[in-house]
Structure formats: C-alpha cells, structure tokens
Design a protein around this ligand. Structure first.
Ligand code: DAH
Length: 339
C-alpha cells in the first residue's frame, strides 16, 4: 500500500507540474482529491490493514493529500497569473501607432484682421460692444442726422424687412445705442456686418463689415481723433505708414474727414493694389455732430466726441493682396487654407 501511495504521489506531482491550463489543473484536483479520487480511494482501503498499521498509513495518506493540495493551489495561482498577464498583453494599446490626423480649422482672414484691430483698440482703452443687424430706421438713419428725405440715404439703399425695419447699412447705429445706455466718458468700438443693396463686383458686396468707433468726453477735439487713428494706422500697417486726412461729409459728424494711408505695397509710388494712387482710403471719421449728441440726451455744450467707421473687408483685401472681395464670402476651402 505504501508503494501504491508513493506511485500515486509521484505521478500526481509530475502531472501537476506539467499542467498548462486552469481547466487541466481542476481535472487533476478531481482525479486525486475528489470523492472518487485516487487518494480518497486509498483511505477507503484502510480497512484491510492491521490495527497497528492503520494510523501510520492514515497519517501518510493525509500528508500526501496535503502535499498534492498545496501543489495544486500553487500551480492554479501561477496559471491564473499567466492568463491575466497574457490578457493584459493582448489588450494593450500601441501608443506609438500613428493616429488619424485631425484637420485643424483656421481663422477666416477677416477674423484675423478683426482680432488684430480689437487688440489695438483695446490697448487704447476701448470696449467692444455689439449691435443688432436688424435695425430700425430710427437708429440707422434718423438719430444719425439723416432724416427721411436726406440725399445721403441714396448712397445707403438697403433691404427693408418692414416699413421701419431694415438690415443696418452702417455700424454707426451702434453709436446711438451706446450713447443711450452709457454715460460719458465713452470709448467703444463696435465691429459687425452691414448690408447695402449694391451690385456684386470685385470691390462691392451686399454684405460687408465695418468697425465703428466712438469716443465722447469733456474736451475731446479733432487732435484726439487724429492721434488715435494715426496710432491705429501705424500699428496695422507699420510705423513708417503715412496718414492723410481729407475733408469730407457725413451727416452725423462735423467736421468730417476721410482717412487714407500710404500704400503698404508700393510705399506710395502707385501700383496695382492702390490703383496707381499711392494711397488707400481706409475709413471715414469726424467730430460727432451736436444734433447726434443731443438726440441721445448728451449736452453738446458740455461734451464732445469723435467717431469713425473702418471698412474691415478693404483692410483685409489690402493686407493679404486679395484681388476680389467675393473670395472672402465664397468659403472656398482652397482659398481659405492659404491664410
Ligand atoms: N458710417 C459711415 C459709412 O458707412 C462710416 C463712418 C464715417 C462712420 C464717419 C463714422 C464716421 O462713425 O464718423 O460710410
């Protein structure tokens, strides 16, 4: 019986060590330690032994069972760890694999120029305000000193939504809304889309962009206007840019000026960009008309101010040498990707 026990123990040890899966180790557990297992069967044969031999043999079989049990537990643990390791290996993500390229969008050139302008004016203490694109006749014309029959209306024919409701022709309407809600000192710019019933061509579009500026305080003069606009032109076009103020007319300013800058392309000699003139007109401006101040409840005897309106599209086309304004609105990716 002792030899039988040793034989079982040897084969059990060998097969446990050779087991290569959690399933086979489980089968071995049943084979040796189960109710009908080989070691259990040995215990059942103990009846045939003499009373002196019985306890000795019993002890040997129990020791053998414990040994087999320990071996199986260790092996099972080892196999389980191996399986987990393998699973983890299979599931790892290869972080060195090239990812699908994400195409990054870009700012539209109009926005790039606008952001630069906002930076320049904010550094001079201006706030950025917003105004509605659908305006009333009152804000777009009346309060800006352009009454119903004024000839200046001809130049700004627009799209009417109702009797007194229109798509704004100029950001100047935002001046009025600002002066109605803020008290001087006022220093704001208002960028936005404007609309006019213009025929489309290389330099005209029924939708375009302006940046309105307004300063109102005690003691504001034309010198302040010149200083601010010169500073702006130098920052946007470079410090050697020459700035020219020409007398002009706007119903809402008196006196009014138009501002030209020396062509950044040819330096003033005359070229294709400036159409041979050497100068490029960039904005209209002037001292806020007393009637306009009065219509907003600001006393023109106490306060004065200046205003300006810059064409963003023109600034953008000249900066990037874009020959046709329509390119800015067509949203052709091949065009936009160049900036
Ligand atoms: N609103 C004018 C236009 O659309 C531009 C302009 C000129 C705005 C003079 C102003 C200004 O504020 O003072 O042509």
């Amino acid at each position: 019986m002792k030899e039988q026990l040793n034989g079982i123990l040897e084969t059990a040890k060998a097969s446990i060590l050779a087991a290569d899966s959690e399933q086979s180790i489980e089968e071995l557990r049943v084979k040796y330690l189960g109710k009908k297992g080989e070691l259990t069967a040995l215990l059942k044969q103990m009846g045939s032994l003499s009373p002196e031999e019985r306890p000795k043999m019993g002890q040997l079989v129990n020791e053998a069972k414990a040994q087999v049990e320990a071996l199986i537990t260790d092996k099972a643990k080892e196999l389980k760890e191996k399986a987990t390791e393998l699973k983890l290996k299979e599931e790892t993500i290869d972080i060195t694999m090239p990812a699908k390229a994400v195409k990054r969008g870009k700012l539209h050139p109009l926005n790039t120029v606008l952001n630069d302008m906002i930076d320049i004016f904010q550094s001079m203490g201006f706030d950025v305000v917003d105004g509605p694109e659908v305006e009333t006749d009152h804000y777009n014309f009346e309060c800006l000193n352009v009454p119903a029959d004024h000839p200046a209306r001809d130049m700004q024919d627009t799209f009417y939504l109702a009797e007194n409701l229109l798509l704004r022709t100029q950001t100047s309407a935002a001046q009025i809304r600002t002066m109605e809600t803020r008290k001087p000192p006022i220093r704001v710019i208002c960028p936005g889309r404007v609309f006019r019933a213009d025929e489309v061509d290389a330099t005209h579009s029924p939708v375009f962009h302006q940046i309105e500026g307004l300063v109102v305080d005690k003691g504001i003069t034309l010198c302040d206007l010149k200083g601010v606009l010169e500073q702006f032109a130098h920052e946007i076009y470079g410090s050697d840019t020459k700035v020219k103020f020409r007398p002009s007319f706007f119903p809402f300013t008196e006196p009014s000026v138009e501002v030209d800058v020396s062509c950044s392309e040819c330096g003033g000699k005359g070229c294709r960009v400036c159409k041979g003139a050497g100068w490029i007109e960039i904005l209209g401006a002037g001292m806020v008309h007393p009637n306009v101040l009065r219509s907003c409840g600001i006393d023109p005897e106490v306060y004065s101010g200046f205003a300006f309106g810059i064409g963003l599209d023109r600034l953008t086309t000249t900066r990037y040498k874009i020959s046709d304004i329509r390119l800015l609105f067509e949203n052709d990716k091949r065009f936009l990707e160049q900036f």
